[in-house]
Ligand binder design. Structure first.
Ligand code: SF4
Ligand code: SF4
Ligand code: SF4
Length: 301
């Protein structure tokens, strides 16, 4: 791991920006284990859809500038997903003003890789190009990647994107947690630092979780009692609060179990038994082909 990456993670785990409730210290078991990992809380009730986070992410990761400026709100007309040139995007979900959703009649939701606690993309990668660091971020090494894109099939959140238009060395692309941002000056990733509403809180995951529950407890009129990502697919590093049911704001209804169990069993079977798991991989390849076709259609559009 580069010095820059190590520095980011040390800064993150030492972050003190979060005002912690009394219950946030002294955990044990899994919580204690997760104290060594960073996390982010996205409070969608605070987000105003300014897209400053998108712009900061674009700059931090030196991505291609979009055709339309980040101030263009027409993008909210359709639901978007992260792409190879946009590691994070913000979607808008119109609806009745609910609870204390201020005077707005829409909820804005920032989307990026959630850096799962037990990531399916990591288990799905047969060459180890994706790894879960001890500090939380799920990291990608382009030099190791063979372009099979099983990670894209495995991800339950449909996050990883692929550089289909690069004929020489296409990469899988997703949120990096800004670990490679050489201009970083503080502990926060670029999107969190840029948010004018402080809708993104960064720090140790256990503190982020404690903050989320503190907000729900203090403002039950404002939030539904659900921290998205606390349990979904075994837990995620990025977690969400909302004033409406999560399904209404684009958050997938997912089980508590981590999907790596499936991908691992396929992967291990390939090397142990050969034929039957190869058929399973054939199925995954079919899924990839469909994904590729869908991506191709999207690109054509
Ligand atoms: S959200 Fe998808 S790409 Fe990100 S860590 Fe989880 S499985 Fe991997
Ligand atoms: S953490 Fe960094 S890479 Fe990830 S969405 Fe935020 S700005 Fe983009
Ligand atoms: S910068 Fe903050 S308020 Fe603006 S769209 Fe992103 S998360 Fe929402």
């Amino acid at each position: 791991m580069s010095i820059n990456r190590r520095r980011f993670l040390e800064l993150g785990l030492g972050a003190t920006a979060i005002s912690l409730p009394a219950t946030a210290s002294g955990q044990s078991g899994q919580e204690s284990e997760l104290r060594s990992q960073v996390g982010c809380l996205v409070d969608t009730t605070l987000c105003v859809g300014c897209r400053k986070c998108e712009e900061a992410c674009n700059r931090s990761n030196r991505l291609a500038r979009p055709e339309r400026p980040f101030t263009d709100r027409h993008v909210f007309r359709e639901e978007r997903r992260p792409t190879a040139d946009a590691f994070t995007i913000v979607n808008s979900y119109p609806g009745e003003p609910s609870r204390v959703q201020l005077e707005r009649d829409e909820t804005f939701v920032k989307v990026q890789c959630l850096h799962c606690v037990d990531p399916a993309c990591v288990s799905g990668c047969i060459v180890g190009a994706l790894t879960k660091s001890a500090e939380g971020p799920v990291l990608y090494e382009a030099d190791i990647c063979i372009g099979c894109r099983y990670c894209m099939v495995a991800c339950p959140f449909e996050i990883p994107a692929y550089e289909y238009l690069d004929p020489v060395a296409p990469r899988v692309r997703k949120c990096t947690y800004c670990v490679d941002d050489t201009e970083r000056t503080g502990p926060q990733p670029a999107c969190a630092a840029a948010c004018p509403m402080e809708a993104i809180q960064f720090g140790p995951r256990v503190d982020v979780m404690a903050l989320a529950h503190q907000r729900i407890e203090q403002r039950p009129d404002r939030y539904i009692d659900h921290v998205y990502g606390e349990h979904e697919v075994g837990g995620t590093s990025w977690v969400y609060l909302a004033g409406r049911p999560m399904a209404e704001v684009g958050m997938m209804d997912l089980p508590k179990e981590a999907p790596p169990r499936l991908t691992e069993s396929i992967q291990h079977g390939i090397f142990n038994y050969g034929a039957v798991p190869l058929a399973l991989y054939g199925g995954l390849a079919g899924l990839m082909w469909l994904t590729h076709r869908r991506q191709g259609a999207d690109d054509d559009e």
